[in-house]
Write a protein that binds this ligand. Sequence first.
Ligand code: BGP
Length: 477
Amino acid sequence: MSRFPENFLWGGATAANQIEGAYDVGGKGLSIDDVFSNGSYTQPRIMSKETEDDLYYPNRVGSDFYHHYKEDIALMAEMGFKVYRLSIAWTRIFPTGEEETPNEEGLKFYDRVFDECIKHGIEPLVTLSHYEAPLHLTNKYNGWADRKLIEMFKRYATAVFKRYKNKVKYWLTFNEINVANLPLGNYLVLGVRNEGSRYYTEQVDNPQIRYQGLHNQLVAGAWAAIIGHEINSDFMIGNMIAMNPAYPYACDPKDVLLCQQNWDENVYYCGDVQVRGEYPYFAQKIWAENNVTIEWGEEDADVLKKGTVDFFSFSYYQTLTVTNRDDVEKSGSMLGGVKNPYLKANDWGWAIDPDGLRYTLNMLYGRYNIPLIVVENGLGAFDKLEEDKTIHDPYRIEYLRKHIISMEEALADGVDLFGYTMWGCIDLISAGTGEMAKRYGFIYVDSDDYGNGTFDRYRKDSFYWYKKVIATNGEDL
Ligand code: BGP
């Protein structure tokens, strides 16, 4: 007997900036991600790989979903998807972010996409902001560092909530909002300029800007929850947190304290605001230690209190092991931390840890006691397209199988988990590195790191496997 509830939402997830392409089509404005290269927001994402500067060489073609969405959604339907998580590119709707009225052509595109989902009985789950804020707002206001963005985001959220109120029920506010506190976060999440750094990975950190930007975003997200529920009281609006749960390397109490601090700063700092409507007790200490003074708007506290979320969503790829010791080998993951001797890592140093998902689900449910959904999980890997156009990816099946078993165990523990959208169900551009070669999909897209290829789609072995998983509601793994 399957332990998954009968109406469990099985599906996959993507983001506009990584899949759509067509960056300048249909009146779309440039987003930060369209020019995201060395952190200066000046160079286009298409670069050659010849110098060190080109370590990150994303392209703007994505998977050309803009022109392939029908075919892609049909393939999702073939797998039996109940839900498809995607994001709306803010810049298709408000090209600079400052317009008074939305861009009709952009709105029409998502009408077509949602209609296609509905036609196939797939529930859209829509992220309002997935690393794709208008570049203009970065240039003019230094992104979320400026409170003015709250008003612009409200206008954008209102426009899409109104337009799609009968097509979309499930919404997420900001993708991985807590990543603002991680090394790449300033640009990705906050759209804050990073002049002065040479490489993408060298973030010039300014805690005042970072915590203020995050505060502005938390307020904007709370506004979205308030406005959304006014427009349609049936809306289910969730947050989205990057879960990289920390473990202490040793049972040394100092490591345990470090670990606890990591959970506080990286998970509960944002999670508490979004679920409980106020900052946790330790926020004051964090601000004081960083010499940060948060500028509060008159209504902010009230808005945070009222604009809490209906459910908690998160991404989960890896766990993080922390220690005070300096004689332990580093993990190699962009998150930092040290190697966990009990875990294997993928080709990018990400520690693969299915049990950690059960741990995460229990920790979050224990603290927040609201429904949970895993909206990202998957394995980035180098796949090979064989001559007969098959792709054999047993490693991906293995990874997903173990994580699904872990969810099953959490359900048996009593956790209220209502869905799972595997990340990058169709191959797309990596957010972290800009590569196409780091593939996650059940569906292979014939394109390279530079956006060259036929863009034909091919079913991987995992495609047929996931179809069976969904058909048996997680029983046949
Ligand atoms: C999450 C992002 C996604 C996604 C995923 C995988 O942090 O929300 O956008 O890309 O990570 O990361 P990467 O693309 O770097 O492999």
